[in-house]
Design a protein around this ligand. Structure first.
Ligand SMILES: Nc1ncnc2c1ncn2[C@@H]1O[C@H](COP(=O)(O)OP(=O)(O)OP(=O)(O)O)[C@@H](O)[C@H]1O
Ligand SMILES: [Mg+2]
Length: 288
C-alpha cells in the first residue's frame, strides 16, 4: 500500500476574504481507496489501494499519466462518486462538517448569467441575502482581477478571465477544500502563469486545502507543498514528493532554483515510465 502523508506546512490563521470567515481547511484521509468500474469489456480498476493523507491548509498536486485515475480520485473526494473499496474521510479540525467546491477545465460558468451572478450563484442557493451576495461577489471579482466586469457575460470575456470567474465562484461559498481538475489546462502559457501566481496568492490568504490535478510537472512544482505521482492501470500512488521551495513563490524564483531541474527530471522519469508501461499494456490487449 502506498502511503502519502502530507503535513500541515503553513500557519493556520489567514485573512478574512470577501466577507468569508478564515477557513481552517479540511483534512482528507484515503485508506486503501479503490474504484472499480464495470464495463462491457470487464471490470476496470480506476483506483486501487490508494492511501493518502492531506493535512488542512496543504496545497497538494496530483500528477500522472492520462487514465491513471486523477479525476476519479477528485470525484470521490467531492462525493460525486462512491468508492468500491477502502475508506475516505474528510474532516475539519473543529469537528464541523467540511465543504468543498470544484473547478473543472473550461466548463465552470453559466453562460446566461453575468459574472457577478455567476460568482454569487452558490450564495443564492444558500439563501444569502441579495445585497450581501452581490457585495461578496464584487469583492471576489476584484480579488481575481475582474473588478470592472461584474455586469459582463461569460461570452464577452476571454477563456483566462472565465477561469478566474470559475475560481471566484468556487471561493464564494468559502469551501474548506478546493478541488481543481486541470483548471488551467486549456489556457495559453502567459495566462496560465498569471493564474498560477494568483491562485497561490489567494490560497495564501484563505488557508484552504487544495487538491489540484495537472499534467504539467512545471505547474506542479510551482504550486505544490507535496506532489502525489500516480501510476497507471490500476491507478495507485507511486511516489510522494516534498517540494522544498520557500513561500511566497514566484515563477522565476522557483525555476531558477537548481532543485527545480532535478525534481523535474525525477518526476518526468517516473511519468515517462508509467506512460510507456501503460501503452505497452494497452498494445498487448489489442486484437491481432
Ligand atoms: N464511468 C466510467 N466507466 C468506466 N470506466 C471509467 C469511468 N470513469 C473512468 N473510467 C476509467 O477509469 C480510468 C481512470 O479515469 P480518469 O478519468 O480518472 O483518469 P485521469 O487520470 O483523470 O485521466 P486524464 O489525465 O486523461 O484526465 C480510465 O481507465 C477510465 O477509462
Ligand atoms: Mg482527468
Amino acid at each position: 500500500m502506498a502511503e502519502a502523508a502530507l503535513p500541515r506546512s503553513r500557519a493556520a490563521s489567514r485573512d478574512v476574504v470577501a466577507g468569508a470567515t478564515a477557513a481552517t481547511g479540511a483534512r482528507v484521509v484515503a485508506q486503501g481507496l479503490g474504484r472499480r468500474f464495470q464495463t462491457p469489456h470487464g471490470p476496470v480498476d480506476a483506483l486501487r489501494d490508494v492511501s493518502v493523507t492531506v493535512e488542512p491548509g496543504t496545497f497538494c498536486v496530483i500528477v500522472g499519466p492520462s487514465g491513471c485515475g486523477k479525476s476519479t480520485l477528485l470525484r470521490l473526494v467531492a462525493a460525486l462518486d462512491r468508492p468500491t473499496s477502502g475508506a475516505l474521510t474528510i474532516s475539519r479540525p473543529d469537528g464541523r462538517q467540511p465543504t468543498n467546491a470544484m473547478v473543472f477545465q473550461g466548463r465552470s460558468v453559466f453562460p446566461w448569467l453575468t459574472l457577478r451572478q455567476n460568482v454569487a450563484y452558490g450564495l443564492k442557493l444558500r439563501g444569502v441575502p441579495r445585497r450581501e451576495r452581490g457585495d461578496r461577489a464584487d469583492a471576489l471579482l476584484a480579488m481575481v482581477g475582474l473588478k470592472g466586469f461584474a455586469r459582463a457575460y461569460p461570452h464577452q470575456i476571454s477563456e483566462g478571465m472565465r477561469q478566474r470567474v470559475a475560481i471566484a465562484r468556487a471561493l464564494a461559498v468559502d469551501p474548506d477544500l478546493l478541488l481543481m481538475d486541470e483548471p488551467f489546462g486549456a489556457l495559453d502559457e502567459q495566462t496560465r502563469y498569471l493564474l498560477q501566481e494568483e491562485l497561490l496568492r489567494i490560497w495564501d490568504r484563505t488557508g484552504k486545502t487544495v487538491l489540484f490535478v495537472t499534467h504539467s510537472i512545471d505547474e506542479a512544482l510551482i504550486l505544490a507543498d507535496r506532489i502525489v505521482v500516480m501510476a497507471a492501470q490500476p491507478g495507485t500512488v507511486r511516489e510522494v514528493i516534498d517540494v522544498p521551495f520557500s513561500r511566497p513563490r514566484t515563477l522565476t524564483g522557483v525555476r531558477s532554483d537548481p532543485v527545480f531541474t532535478s525534481l523535474f527530471g525525477d518526476i518526468w522519469g517516473m511519468i515517462r515510465e508509467e506512460v510507456t508501461r501503460s501503452r505497452a499494456a494497452q498494445e498487448a490487449e489489442l486484437p491481432r
